[in-house]
Design a protein around this ligand. Structure first.
Ligand SMILES: NC(=O)c1ccc[n+]([C@@H]2O[C@H](COP(=O)([O-])OP(=O)(O)OC[C@H]3O[C@@H](n4cnc5c(N)ncnc54)[C@H](O)[C@@H]3O)[C@@H](O)[C@H]2O)c1
Length: 244
């Protein structure tokens, strides 16, 4: 495979960390990005110790002003940017009648505005290369809604509209744009679910278990590959059959 450079947001733990490890195992140079420089440096060092190539970068996806500069620094330092995985995301759950403007803004800024402007920043380098992959980690909740997650569901549904629009705008430049919609995956985001809520969730999942971050990472690896070159504007649900 031609040498590729991948930028993964929210790479310090959970699904993002698994994606970084998988893309590095695929032979890419991986830029592990998240708010905490110490944590991304730890992940990058651990990938390096296992024979991969990875570098840490501090990146706050709610800070739109910094994005063009970060993308330029990466393309200058590594000779290009071929794969962007918009993975960073947060929740601030509550019943809709109790969601504050601050909780709405925090979730929408990180999960949707950040994805929009980081994706905008990679358009020029990917068009110049005539090759690019943008992979957005959304959620089944963006497809089916969820009680207590109206702000989060709105942000993830927004990413689906963005994914399809960007796919239409960039298809002629050989840049594909797809979304992955995970179901319930075992990470810090879901570790505090109490046993009753967890059991109620699992009853709705035909495969009867939560997923693991590596199962999302495998799908990212496929969508980032040469073999997925004729797939764009799609949403791949990786959810044990929860949404069908
Ligand atoms: N875990 C699940 O069940 C599940 C289900 C569906 C979708 N998702 C989505 O998958 C993605 C990863 O989730 P996870 O479960 O690994 O969560 P997590 O909370 O374990 O990790 C989130 C990562 O995003 C980073 N992050 C948060 N805000 C950021 C910001 N402003 N700038 C940069 N980095 C930021 C965190 O530091 C962390 O590295 C999220 O977009 C989430 O919405 C998760």
């Amino acid at each position: 495979m031609t040498h590729r450079v991948a930028l993964v947001t929210g790479g310090s733990r959970g699904i993002g960390e698994a994606i970084c490890r998988r893309l590095a195992a695929d032979g890419m140079t991986v830029i592990v990005a998240s708010r905490s420089k110490d944590k991304v440096d730890e992940v990058a060092a651990s990938i390096g110790a296992n024979g991969g190539v990875a570098h840490g970068r501090a990146l706050d996806t709610s800070d739109v002003g910094s994005m063009k500069e970060i993308v330029k620094e990466i393309t200058d330092s590594f000779g290009g940017l071929h794969v962007l995985v918009n993975n960073a995301g947060i929740t601030a759950d509550n019943l809709m009648m109790r969601i504050s403007e601050d909780d709405y803004d925090r979730v929408l800024n990180t999960n949707l505005k950040g994805v929009f402007f980081l994706s905008q920043a990679v358009i020029r380098p990917m068009m110049r290369q005539k090759w690019g992959r943008v992979i957005n980690i959304t959620s089944v909740v963006g497809l089916m809604g969820n009680v207590g997650q109206a702000n989060y569901a709105a942000s993830k549904a927004g990413v689906l509209g963005l994914t399809k629009s960007m796919a239409k705008e960039l298809g002629s430049r050989n840049v594909t744009v797809n979304a992955i919609a995970p179901g319930y995956i075992e990470t810090d985001m879901t570790k505090d679910l109490n046993a009753d809520v967890r059991d109620a969730f699992l009853k709705q999942v035909p495969l009867g278990r939560m997923g693991v971050p590596e199962e999302i990472a495998h799908s990212v690896s496929f969508l980032a590959s040469e073999q997925a070159g004729y797939i764009t504007g799609q949403v791949l649900t990786v959810d044990g059959g929860l949404y069908m």
